[in-house]
Design a binder for this molecule. Structure first.
Ligand SMILES: NC(=O)c1ccc[n+]([C@@H]2O[C@H](COP(=O)([O-])OP(=O)(O)OC[C@H]3O[C@@H](n4cnc5c(N)ncnc54)[C@H](OP(=O)(O)O)[C@@H]3O)[C@@H](O)[C@H]2O)c1
Length: 202
């Protein structure tokens, strides 16, 4: 079981936190205004971003995309050597289509960065429902360059009740980035109620 810092206390952060806590992990939120987030303190701790990173082995970034690179640069020294899970989605904010959000995060942290992209293609209101309405297990797609780090992430995903799907190297997060606008398009076309999931069928 891991000590996990979740940076950001929004929809994804809170649902991921609950799902990972149910899986037996210790969760500590890092917030810009921890004193205003005491409602979370019933089931977990909330502290400053610096302290949350300092306490954790694993850091999950759940910020709005435009806040991620500044965050990674500001906290690069603290983040280096820790497993960083980037769940954020850039939409139209990428400089071009030859790099992904998580690669930009890794570059901002610098040498020694350990970044895995995950949960980018899972709507927040599915994170506490690993089985869909038909009892089918949902998938979580993830990508990263370290097999050891991906094994840790796969374990977290399994602990939440989801099936981990290893999508290969971190550069494949470029494809995951592109799957998100399509997921939102499909959600609208098929009245998905933000409960759709990508599923890899055998
Ligand atoms: N919603 C989804 O279904 C979904 C699915 C997959 C991926 N994502 C990605 O996950 C990330 C978070 O999405 P979300 O829906 O959880 O967003 P959200 O509800 O708006 O939460 C974002 C959190 O980030 C923190 N934050 C730090 N800097 C901020 C800033 N400049 N402006 C606003 N908030 C800031 C805030 O927490 P504090 O106030 O405590 O600092 C805020 O609660 C996004 O990058 C999104 O693309 C979302």
């Amino acid at each position: 079981m891991s000590k996990i810092a979740i940076i950001g206390t929004g929809k994804m952060g809170q649902n991921l936190g609950k799902a990972l806590a149910n899986g037996g992990n210790t969760i500590l939120f890092g917030s810009r205004s921890p004193e205003a987030k005491l409602d979370l303190a019933g089931w977990t701790g909330v502290t400053t971003i610096e302290d949350a990173i300092g306490e954790a082995e694993i850091v999950i970034i759940t910020l709005p995309y435009t806040a991620v690179e500044p965050f990674a640069r500001e906290h690069a020294n603290r983040l280096r050597g820790k497993l960083v899970i980037d769940i954020t989605n850039p939409f139209s904010n990428l400089p071009d289509n030859r790099i992904s959000g998580p690669e930009i995060t890794a570059n901002a942290i610098g040498a020694g960065a350990r970044v895995v992209a995950a949960f980018k293609t899972n709507f927040h209101n599915t994170l506490l429902s690993p089985l869909d309405a038909n009892g089918v297990q949902r998938d979580v797609f993830f990508a990263g360059d370290s097999e050891a780090d991906k094994q840790i992430v796969a374990g977290l995903i399994q602990g939440m009740g989801f099936r981990p799907v290893d999508c290969g190297a971190l550069k494949n997060a470029r494809v995951l980035d592109g799957m998100v606008p399509l997921m939102i398009e499909l959600n609208g076309r098929y009245n998905g109620n933000r409960e759709l999931s990508w599923k890899l069928l055998p």
